[in-house]
Design a protein around this ligand. Structure first.
Ligand code: SF4
Length: 303
């Protein structure tokens, strides 16, 4: 693959940065950058159709323009949506990548396995997703190294890209043409901003649940166990599916259709709330309430 094609697919790499040295920020690039952000807000999958060198350079530069705009906007919801969308595109590209290109990107992200399929524990911990499957207790560990297969390494790389984009530095000033384009985008934000119709009194729920609600309010991503545990808890508390969807719409990778299906499934199956011991194994317990099950929180407070 040519370097420029690699950079189009992975516009955050040093190869991309080098190519951008010969590019001036134009109105066309700014509009493409804004469009890139809009696509992520609308959960629309973007596919590059650039053929000529100039088009490819614009495509790479549109990523830089989008990050500049995000650094100026400082809106956590939009930044997180963008980070999730772009990192998922990287993950999808990686699935069909040759071994050479896969290794090239893992080197770029500084998560190259030292031996075939083994990664040093600190590197692994820095980039592993918050899922029970990736917890060290569930991993094959030897001599300070964790065994990872290509699919898992690809997931770690996706996570590294997401974190990199989420930590977009603050930008104090942007060109006027970008400000104008952003004004249009900002006008659309209310459509994308989730409306949480629920309010929870502080202390009304146990610390583990308060923490998950807090993460949702900050538009942070939650892993599968966290989403499931929170949903089972709230369904047991009588929260309606409609209100739950509204609450889960704070997630940067929110999909109304999938969320509705999963929540209705939880309600229909009448799942039992996981015990505190199970919440601990999920990595969701954050206190020692001695109540056996998060649902006993209210009971305990009434004693
Ligand atoms: S002890 Fe139970 S209720 Fe308390 S934070 Fe842990 S899981 Fe939640």
């Amino acid at each position: 693959m040519e370097e420029i094609d690699f950079a189009v697919k992975y516009p955050f790499t040093s190869q991309a940065k080098k190519l951008l040295e010969e590019v001036q920020l134009t109105d066309s690039i700014i509009l493409k950058g804004i469009e890139r952000i809009k696509a992520s807000l609308e959960s629309r999958r973007r596919q590059s159709i650039a053929i000529h060198k100039d088009e490819k350079l614009e495509e790479i530069a549109s990523f830089a323009a989008a990050r500049m705009a995000l650094g100026y906007l400082r809106n956590r919801y939009i930044t997180n949506k963008f980070a999730v969308a772009e990192s998922k595109t990287v993950s999808s590209n990686l699935a069909s990548e040759t071994e050479d290109e896969f290794q090239l990107l893992s080197k770029e992200l500084n998560i190259q396995s030292t031996n075939q399929g083994w990664l040093p524990i600190p590197l692994y911990l820095k980039n592993s997703p918050r899922s029970i499957d990736y917890k060290l207790i569930n991993r094959n560990i030897k001599n300070g190294l964790v065994a990872v297969n290509r699919r898992e390494l690809s997931r770690l790389m996706e996570e590294a890209v997401r974190k990199h984009i989420e930590s977009t530095p603050m930008v104090k000033s942007i060109p006027d043409s970008m400000k104008n384009a952003l004004e249009d985008l900002i006008k659309q934000i209310p459509r994308f901003e989730p409306q949480t119709t629920m309010s929870f009194k502080q202390g009304a729920n146990p610390p583990c649940i308060e923490k998950l609600l807090d993460s949702l309010k900050k538009h942070e991503n939650l892993n599968h166990q966290a989403r499931w545990g929170l949903a089972v808890y709230l369904v047991n508390k009588g929260v309606t599916i409609e209100n739950l969807i509204s609450l889960y719409s704070n997630l940067p990778d929110f999909s109304e259709k999938i969320t509705q299906y999963q929540l209705e499934h939880i309600k229909k199956k009448n799942y039992t709330m996981p015990s505190c011991a199970t919440m601990l194994t999920y990595g969701l317990c954050c206190a020692d309430c001695k109540i056996g099950n998060p649902l006993n929180w209210k009971n305990k407070r009434q004693v």
